[in-house]
Design a protein around this ligand. Structure first.
Ligand code: DPP
Ligand code: ZN
Length: 870
C-alpha cells in the first residue's frame, strides 16, 4: 500500500476563500452543488495544479469561471480531480451525485434510522464533493439544504441558521452560515424527523447560547443527563481553562449508526446514540459517566481542535491528546475525583500498553500511515493525554495554564503541529523541552527500574533509577526520555516523611526528573528509615515501573498510602505477582495469605472510601496480565486469575457480606459521586462473593437483579453470575432479554454478556446472537457488542486450541469488511496478538490472519492485517 509520509508534507498551493454548498437531499439520489472561490497562495509553486479530493462520486458537471475546462486541464485520478492551468484566482462550480442509502461505510453522507447525516473526519468530505480535503485548508461555509418537508422537517448544518422557507412540491430549505473558517473534516449536516430538547447557557461574558439536542421522538425523555452534562462542561471550560463558547447555538444530534463515539463538528456535534441517551433504568453509572465525558470531550474540542486545528493528520494528538486530557480533568474535578486516575490507568494498561508493545505500535505523532482511519488509537488519544499531563508536571500548573492561554491565542484560526504546542510550553516555562519532544516521536512503553539504599548514619535515602525503551516496529534504537517520577516516603506509622531533594527545601513529595539511562537521587535529612516508597504517585509518567518492593513494603502502601493511585497500584502489584505465580505452577501461599490479610484490613477500615475500596478489591485485567509474559496460554491465565480471586476471598466471605452498603438505600439513579461509589462497591462485593463461592452469594445476585431499580445494580448482578454454569445465569439473562428486546442500546449489554460467557457452548450461542432479530451487521454498536466481548472475555471459546474461534472471527470480519471497513479494521486487532500466545494457538491465530489477508480486503482492514503479520 502507498505510504503517506510526514516528511513529504507540503503546505497547500491553493487557498479556498469561500465555499457555497447546495444539497438537494434524497437518500437514493442526492445532488451536491458546490461553488469554491480559490486563490493561489503567496509563495506557492508557479503553475501548481489544484488538487480536489473525491471518492465514489458521480461528477455531473464542472465549470471554471463559468466555462467547462478542457479535458487536458481537468484530470480524474485515484485521488480525485487535478485542475491545471488555472489563473491565480478562480471560481469553480461542481455538481455531483451521491447515494446516501448505499453508503454502509458510514463515512460521508449516509442514512441512519430515518435521517440523513454525515461523518467527515478524517477523510469523509471527499465522499460528498470534490474539495481539498485536508485539515490545513480552512474556509467559510455557506450551506443550503433542500429536502422533502414531511420526511425531513429538521434541516441542520454548522454555524447559525440565516434563512429557511418552503419550496414547491412539498419541499423546504434552510440556509446555514458558519462564521468561523474550518477544515472540511468539521463539516456536518443532518436532515430528519427529530425531536428537539432545548435549553440555554449564558457564557461568563453574557452571550446567550441555545443548546439543542436532537433525537428520535421516542427517545426524548432520555436527554436530560446529556443536556446537564453539556452545561457543566461549558461552565468548567470557562472556569478551569478560560475558554468560552463562540456561536449562538450548540447542537447535538444522536444517531444509531455511528463508527466513532462522537464527532465535534463545529456547532453541530454528531453522537453515537449510546453517548447521549440515558435514564436510570436503561443506563448504568458507567454509562452516565461516559456520556458526561464524551459530551465534555466534544465540547472541549471547540477550542482544542476547532479554533486551533491540526496541520495534517500526523498531528492528530495535538487535538485528541489535549482534549482527552481536558475531559479527564473535568471528570476528575466534577464527578469521580481520586478514582478517575485509577480508572484511566487501568484502561491505559489494558489497551494502550499492549498496543505499544505489539505489531501496531506507533508514536503519539506517527510519521507514516497507509490509512489514517487506523490511527485513531489509544496511543494517539490516551498516551497523548499522558504527555500533556507530564508537561504540566514538569513545568508546573501555573506555567502550564499560561502556556495553554498563549497557545489558544497565538494559533486561533490556524492549523498547527504538536511541535508548535510544545514550543509554547517551553517558551512560557523557560525550560528546554527538546528531550521531552522524543515522547512524541518514539513508540513503546519505557521500562523504569528503581532501587533504594538507606544510609541510617547519614539519614540519606539513595534512589537509583534506570530507563530503557524496548524496540518497536521500525524503531530499533531508542533514545533516552525525560521521565517525571513523583515519589513520597511513608514512615512506620503510615505517614509521609519529610526530606530534602538536592538543595531544595524540605518537602514530603518530590518529582524526580529521570533524563539519563541511569541516574541517582538523594533524599536527605531523614530521621527514621522509610517503611515504604510510594512510587509514581498519580501515575506521573506512562511507564512500566519495577521497584522490586517486597510484600511487606507493598502491604504497608496498601494500608496507608494517601495517593489513591499509588495505593491501588501497590495492591495490583501484589495481585499480579500472585497470578503470575499460579500461571507458573508455583502457588505462593505466603503471598496469598498476606493479600487476604491486607484485604481483610481494608474491609474493616471504614476510612477507605467505597469507590476506592471497590478498585482495591479488583484483580488486574486479563489483557493486562497477558502483558506480563513473553508468551502465555490465555485460558491458563484466566484460570489462574480466578483461582487467586477464589483463594484470596474465600476466607473473607463474612466480611465481604458485612461490608456491603445497604442496597435499598443506594438503589436509585442519583448521579453523585457518593451514590455511584456505593453502587460500585455493592457490585464489586457481589462479584467477589460469587467468585469466592460464598454461601448464598448466587441467591443474593438473583435478589439484587430482581429488586434492582437502577440499571447499575441489575447489570452488576448479571455480570457476577455470567460465568457461572448454574441455572440462575440462564434465568436472569433470559429475563433481561425479554425486558429490553425493543431497546437496542440496552439489548447491546445483553449481547455483550452472552458473547462473553464462557459457560456452555459459546459457539452455538454466538451463532444465535447473530441471528437474533435485534442484531444487524450494518450497525457498529451491535457488531461491537457481540464480537468484541467474545474476543476479549470469552477465552475458552475464542482461544480454543484448535483455532476454531480465530477462524470464525476471521470469517465474520471478512463479511463485515464488505459493509464497514473502519469497524472491521478495529475489531481485527485481537487477531494481531498471535506472537504473545503459546505456540499452538499462536500458529493457528496467525493462520487465520493469513487467510484473511488473502481475501480482497478494504484498505482499512488490509492495513491492520498486513502490519499484524509483518
Ligand atoms: N470524534 C472523534 C473524537 O472526538 C474524532 N475527532 O475523538
Ligand atoms: Zn476527540
Amino acid at each position: 500500500p502507498r505510504m503517506i509520509l510526514l516528511s513529504d508534507y507540503q503546505p497547500p498551493d491553493w487557498r479556498v476563500e469561500a465555499l457555497e454548498l447546495r444539497f438537494e437531499l434524497d437518500p437514493e439520489d442526492t445532488r451536491v452543488h458546490s461553488r469554491l472561490r480559490v486563490r493561489r497562495r503567496d509563495g506557492s509553486a508557479p503553475g501548481a495544479p489544484l488538487r480536489l479530493h473525491g471518492r465514489d462520486l458521480q461528477r455531473l458537471s464542472i465549470a471554471v469561471n463559468g466555462a467547462e475546462p478542457s479535458p487536458g486541464s481537468c484530470v480524474e485520478d485515484r485521488e480525485g480531480l487535478l485542475l491545471s492551468g488555472l489563473p491565480d484566482a478562480a471560481e469553480i462550480a461542481i455538481e455531483t451525485r451521491i447515494r446516501p442509502d448505499a453508503n454502509t461505510a458510514l463515512e460521508g453522507l449516509y442514512v441512519s434510522g430515518g435521517s440523513l447525516c454525515t461523518q467527515c473526519e478524517p477523510e469523509g468530505f471527499r465522499r460528498i464533493t470534490y474539495f481539498p480535503d485536508r485539515p490545513d485548508v480552512l474556509t467559510r461555509y455557506r450551506v443550503r439544504l433542500e429536502a422533502d418537508a414531511a420526511r425531513y422537517p429538521v434541516l441542520l448544518a454548522n454555524g447559525n441558521r440565516v434563512d429557511a422557507g418552503s419550496l414547491p412540491e412539498g419541499r423546504h430549505y434552510a440556509v446555514w452560515e458558519d462564521p468561523f473558517p474550518k477544515p472540511s473534516y468539521l463539516f456536518a449536516l443532518v436532515a430528519g424527523d427529530l425531536a428537539c430538547i432545548a435549553d440555554r447557557f449564558t457564557t461568563r461574558s453574557g452571550r446567550e447560547v441555545a443548546l439543542e439536542i436532537y433525537v428520535e421522538h421516542h427517545n426524548r425523555e432520555r436527554c436530560a443527563h446529556a443536556l446537564a452534562s453539556l452545561q457543566r462542561a461549558m461552565r468548567y471550560d470557562e472556569e478551569a481553562f478560560g475558554r468560552e463558547y463562540d456561536l449562538d447555538v450548540y447542537m447535538i444530534v444522536a444517531v444509531d449508526d455511528f463508527n466513532m463515539g462522537a464527532m465535534e463538528n463545529k456547532g453541530l456535534n454528531l453522537f453515537n446514540a449510546k453517548y447521549v441517551l440515558a435514564s436510570p433504568d436503561t443506563a448504568t453509572d458507567d454509562d452516565y459517566v461516559h456520556i458526561e465525558s464524551v459530551i465534555a470531550h466534544e465540547y472541549f474540542h471547540n477550542w482544542s481542535g476547532n479554533r486551533v486545528t491540526c496541520r495534517d493528520w500526523f498531528q492528530l494528538s495535538l487535538k485528541e491528546g489535549l482534549t482527552v486530557f481536558r475531559d479527564q480533568e473535568f471528570t476528575t474535578d466534577c464527578t469521580l475525583f481520586g478514582v478517575k486516575r485509577v480508572d484511566d490507568v487501568q484502561r491505559l494498561r489494558a489497551f494502550q500498553f499492549p498496543e505499544d508493545a505489539g505489531p501496531l505500535a506507533h508514536p503519539v505523532r506517527p510519521d507514516r500511515y497507509a490509512e489514517i482511519n487506523n490511527f485513531y488509537t489509544m496511543t494517539v488519544y490516551e498516551k497523548g493525554a499522558e504527555l500533556i499531563r507530564m508537561l504540566r508536571t514538569l513545568i508546573g500548573r501555573d506555567a502550564f495554564r499560561r502556556g495553554l492561554d498563549r497557545y489558544f491565542q497565538r494559533f486561533d484560526g490556524q492549523a498547527v503541529t504538536t511541535d508548535d504546542f510544545v514550543a509554547v510550553m517551553a517558551e512560557v516555562s523557560g525550560r528546554d523541552l527538546a528531550q521531552f519532544q522524543r515522547w512524541y516521536t518514539q513508540a513503546g512503553t519505557p521500562q523504569v527500574t528503581a532501587r533504594t539504599r538507606f544510609d541510617a548514619q547519614a539519614g540519606v535515602l539513595q534512589l537509583d533509577l534506570a530507563q530503557r525503551t524496548p524496540p518497536t516496529p521500525g524503531q530499533h534504537e531508542k533514545d533516552l526520555l525525560q521521565v517525571p517520577i513523583r515519589v513520597a516516603l511513608l514512615g512506620r506509622d503510615g505517614r509521609r516523611l519529610s526530606a530534602r531533594l538536592g538543595g531544595a527545601p524540605e518537602a514530603a513529595e518530590w518529582v524526580l526528573e529521570l533524563t539519563a539511562g541511569e541516574q541517582s537521587f538523594q533524599l536527605r535529612g531523614l530521621r527514621e528509615p522509610p517503611a515504604a516508597v510510594s512510587w509514581l504517585r498519580g501515575f506521573s509518567a506512562p511507564v512500566l515501573l519495577e521497584a522490586g518492593q517486597g510484600t511487606d513494603e507493598l502491604a504497608h502502601l496498601v494500608a496507608n498510602d494517601d495517593d489513591a493511585f499509588a495505593r491501588w497500584d501497590a495492591a495490583q502489584t501484589l495481585l499480579r505477582r500472585a497470578v503470575i505465580a499460579r500461571v507458573e505452577d508455583a502457588v505462593d501461599p505466603r503471598l496469598e495469605a498476606a493479600l487476604t490479610t491486607a484485604m481483610a484490613a481494608l474491609l474493616e477500615d471504614s476510612a477507605v472510601e467505597p469507590v476506592l475500596l471497590a478498585a482495591l478489591l479488583e484483580l488486574p485485567a486479563h489483557r493486562e496480565l497477558m502483558e506480563s509474559f513473553e508468551r502465555a496460554d490465555p485460558v491458563a491465565v484466566d484460570q489462574a486469575r480466578r483461582a487467586v480471586e477464589h483463594s484470596l476471598f474465600a476466607p473473607l466471605a463474612e466480611r465481604l457480606a458485612a461490608r456491603a452498603p445497604e442496597r435499598a438505600r443506594w438503589d436509585d439513579g442519583a448521579f453523585t459521586a457518593e451514590a455511584m461509589g456505593q453502587r460500585r462497591l455493592l457490585n464489586r462485593l457481589l462479584a467477589v462473593r460469587v467468585a469466592a463461592g460464598g454461601e448464598g452469594a448466587l441467591e443474593e445476585a438473583a435478589r439484587q437483579y430482581h429488586e434492582a431499580r437502577s440499571q447499575t445494580l441489575a447489570m452488576g448482578a448479571l455480570a457476577a453470575v455470567n460465568d457461572r454454569a448454574e441455572p440462575v445465569r440462564g434465568e436472569l439473562l433470559a429475563d433481561f432479554e425479554r425486558r429490553y428486546r425493543q431497546d437496542p442500546l440496552v439489548l447491546d449489554k445483553w449481547f455483550a454478556l452472552e458473547a462473553a460467557s464462557q459457560v456452555g457452548d459459546g459457539f452455538a450461542r454466538l451463532e444465535r446472537l447473530l441471528e437474533h432479530p435485534g442484531f444487524r451487521w450494518s450497525n457498529p454498536n451491535r457488531v461491537r457488542a457481540v464480537l468484541g466481548p467474545f474476543m476479549a472475555q470469552n477465552h475458552r471459546h475464542f482461544h480454543r486450541v484448535d483455532g476454531a474461534g480465530y477462524e470464525r472471527i476471521a470469517h465474520y470480519l471478512e463479511r463485515l469488511d464488505a459493509l464497514n471497513p473502519q469497524t472491521a479494521a478495529r475489531l481485527v486487532i485481537p487477531l494481531t496478538r498471535w506472537r504473545r500466545l503459546d505456540e499452538a494457538r499462536s500458529a493457528r491465530m496467525r493462520a487465520s490472519l493469513e487467510q484473511l489477508a488473502g481475501k480482497g480486503l478494504s484498505k482499512d482492514l488490509a492495513d491492520v492485517v498486513e502490519r499484524g503479520l509483518a
